[in-house]
Design a protein around this ligand. Structure first.
Ligand SMILES: *[C@@H]1O[C@H](CO)[C@@H](O)[C@H](O)[C@H]1NC(C)=O
Ligand SMILES: *[C@@H]1O[C@H](CO)[C@@H](O)[C@H](O)[C@H]1NC(C)=O
Ligand SMILES: *[C@@H]1O[C@H](CO)[C@@H](O)[C@H](O)[C@H]1NC(C)=O
Ligand SMILES: *[C@@H]1O[C@H](CO)[C@@H](O)[C@H](O)[C@H]1NC(C)=O
Ligand SMILES: *[C@@H]1O[C@H](CO)[C@@H](O)[C@H](O)[C@H]1NC(C)=O
Length: 271
């Protein structure tokens, strides 16, 4: 017993609170990036009251598929680990009788902003929504900043038009009732955890609420110009039309009958 305790102590024992619970030795917690291409997470079941059944791995509370094995010493291999591999890993050992036992290994990394709203174009009076999404662990604390005249000013809920909503790896900034003079500009979301911090930029443009009418006004203007052209043209044309109507229809008819005669002649010639 004292022998196994000594080994377990040397191997960074995950504390065991009661004698009924199994003891599990784990590899140390780690901060990315690591040297080399592979990160091995290890759990060794060093003592248990019951008969060991199997083990598996979890990440952030979800079972990692295809990690179940009957081994008492279990490994989880991360190839070329990146920020999105960071998280709270847990190995779980199940027993024929009694509750499963588990141990956790933290894999930390700086936050990395993996997607964000690059630009938002809205009309005054509307609502703008900017967002940023991160990977990395622990989850960051999010802040929003407006960059104006060379100065970053933090944005919070205090203005009654700005709302910051953040959860774990995601944050949103809502700006309601957009103002064409106050609101356009450069916004930054900033993700900060114990390792480091990152930020990304979004550009907000605000148009006059007349702006969406401009294409319509353009079409209306075109229609009006067309109508004017037609009216003017028709007015100029009118005297001729009247003359035509007054003229006897004779010459037109003779023309067409002449055409018929020509055709008949041509047909006869070919025959
Ligand atoms: C687990 O056991 C293996 C040998 O079976 C050993 O190489 C490894 O260092 C142990 N890991 C820990 C975290 O105890
Ligand atoms: C891990 O162990 C703790 C305490 O022993 C227990 O409360 C928890 O439910 C276990 N979690 C899992 C996923 O087995
Ligand atoms: C963000 O965290 C949630 C759990 O809080 C997780 O389901 C989701 O996959 C995470 N997204 C990214 C991009 O890491
Ligand atoms: C800001 O207001 C929104 C909406 O009322 C709320 O969900 C959010 O938690 C608030 N954020 C802070 C930092 O108080
Ligand atoms: C993010 O905000 C923190 C806290 O204000 C600050 O220390 C850090 O420099 C900022 N990081 C970036 C990338 O803007």
């Amino acid at each position: 017993m004292s022998f196994s305790l000594a080994i377990v102590g040397a191997l960074m024992l995950q504390c065991v609170s009661s004698q009924n619970e199994p003891s599990i030795a784990t590899s140390e917690q780690i901060t990315l990036p690591v040297e080399g291409n592979v990160l091995m997470l290890q759990c060794n079941l060093t003592a248990a009251n019951g008969v060991h059944e199997e083990s598996y791995w979890m990440k952030n509370g979800e079972e990692i598929p295809e990690t179940r094995s009957p081994n008492k010493n279990t490994e989880y291999r991360l190839n070329k680990p990146r920020a999105d591999d960071a998280g709270l890993y847990m190995c779980v050992f199940t027993f024929e009788m009694g509750l499963p036992g588990n141990a956790t290994i933290e894999v930390k990394s700086a936050p990395e902003i993996v997607s964000h709203k690059r630009s938002e174009n809205k009309n005054e009076g509307q609502r703008a929504v900017l967002y940023c999404k991160s990977v990395g662990y622990p989850y960051p604390v999010w802040t929003w900043w407006k960059f104006k005249n060379g100065i970053f000013r933090e944005i919070d809920n205090s203005t009654e038009r700005h709302f910051v909503m953040s959860k774990d790896n995601y944050t949103e900034l809502h700006i309601i009732n957009l103002d064409i003079t106050l609101d356009p500009g450069e916004f930054h979301c900033n993700a900060t955890n114990m390792i480091s911090s990152r930020d990304e930029k979004s550009v907000l443009r605000v148009r006059s609420h007349l702006a969406p009418l401009w294409p319509l006004l353009g079409v209306l203007a075109e229609i009006i110009i067309l109508v004017i052209i037609i009216v003017v043209y028709e007015k100029r044309k009118k005297p001729e039309d009247l003359q035509d109507d007054d003229d006897p229809a004779g010459p037109v008819k003779t023309n067409s009958t002449n055409n018929h005669k020509d055709k008949n002649l041509r047909q006869r010639n070919t025959n």
